[in-house]
Design a protein around this ligand. Structure first.
Ligand code: ATP
Ligand code: MG
Length: 335
């Protein structure tokens, strides 16, 4: 399919730093699958970004393949969205270079995610880490995207992308539209980890996170270990967060009748968490199983994967090279 220029441009990336999980699925990928119908979507694997914190590249190829395979298995369609790897689009690096001249050390040092990372790994405070928001701005502006699905933690980076775009426009002429945060669903779901400590995550709480690559047995085992309490003692008692999370998960993966039954049991103080977790585990395994199996099959089919990555890179470079041409002209880099 040709890119439809009348559709608004959506851009989102994911770092190949670990295994994708149910939080990524319900918080991000499920929405991407819907967005690809109505928007001109660019979804990329942010391999350059992962180098800021994961300089060891032994697992990189596998991780990149897995992220693409899992996204395809979840329903992203390479004929609708451009699905590509960041490093396949060198125009991004060129734009990053120009934007770096418009980004100030002081403002970059103030970014909370930078400060967090400095605290976590004081021995690897590299310039790439400092300029992460500039690369992110280049990722977005290279397609002149206006809608960027981001979580709360990314809102400040997006504001910086707008600042860089504005500075560029001010100095060299109107090239970039302003990118805005985009929540397809106003009610963004957040999936907590099964131990109730924080959210499901690629890099933390691994035994309390359900990964799209988990076997049925592992899913059942993780569910069995999910944190519960003594149970409600009064009818209609409010649920603690970690119990609510199990009900949220049930509403996403179980039949409505199942959720309703356990909801009623909870409200009557009759709930047996063992039964609830067993049922939820089975429903979750039924939900994750087909995605896992499909992702695995795609991941093993290197010829298909290469074809998808090539097709995505071509689409992305088509749009990126147009932007770079306009950027160079605006800047007077044209001899
Ligand atoms: P890391 O631990 O490396 O930060 P992560 O699991 O937080 O990984 P990200 O790559 O930071 O994953 O996020 C990818 C997308 O998934 C983002 O849109 C983010 O908002 C969403 N997301 C991540 N975790 C959850 C969660 N537990 N619930 C809902 N959405 C989530
Ligand atoms: Mg995160």
């Amino acid at each position: 399919m040709q890119n439809d220029t009348k559709k608004e441009i959506v851009l989102s990336g994911i770092r190949p730093t670990g295994y994708l999980h149910l939080g990524n699925y319900f918080g991000a990928m499920r929405n991407y699958v819907r967005m690809q119908e109505d928007y001109n979507c660019y979804f990329f694997v942010a391999d350059w970004h992962s180098l800021t914190t994961h300089p060891d590249t032994k697992e990189l190829r596998n991780s990149v393949h897995r992220v693409i395979a899992e996204n395809l298995a979840c329903g992203l369609d390479p004929d609708k969205a451009a699905i590509y790897v960041q490093s396949d689009v060198p125009e991004i690096a060129e734009l990053y270079l120009y934007l770096n001249m418009l980004a100030y050390k002081g403002e970059l040092e103030k970014v909370p995610t930078f400060k967090d990372k400095v605290r976590l790994s004081p021995d690897n405070v590299n310039a790439g880490l400092l300029t992460y928001p500039v690369l992110m701005a280049a990722d977005i502006l290279i397609h002149r995207a206006v809608k960027v699905p981001v979580g709360k933690d990314q809102e400040q980076h997006l504001e910086m992308a707008r600042n860089f775009a504005e500075r560029f426009n001010h100095r060299y002429g109107d090239v970039f539209p302003m990118p805005r945060a985009f929540n397809f669903n106003s009610d963004l779901v957040k999936i907590m980890s099964l131990d109730g400590k924080g959210k499901m995550s690629k890099s933390e709480n691994q035994m309390a996170t359900i990964y799209l690559s988990d076997s049925d047995e592992l899913i059942l085992k993780k569910l069995k270990k999910a944190t519960t309490d003594q149970g409600p003692t009064e009818a209609g008692q409010p649920k603690p967060d970690f119990i609510q999370n199990l009900f949220t998960l049930a509403s996403l993966v179980s039949e409505p009748a199942v959720s309703e039954k356990f909801e009623a049991d909870y409200n009557n103080c009759q709930i047996r968490y063992g039964d609830f977790k067993k049922q939820l585990g089975e429903d979750m395994a039924r939900f994750v199983g087909p995605i896992r199996d499909k992702a695995l099959a795609i991941q093993e089919d290197k010829v298909y994967l290469e074809k998808i990555m090539k097709q995505g890179a071509e689409k992305a470079r088509q749009s990126a090279s147009q932007t770079i041409k306009i950027v160079r002209e605006a800047m007077g880099i044209k001899y």
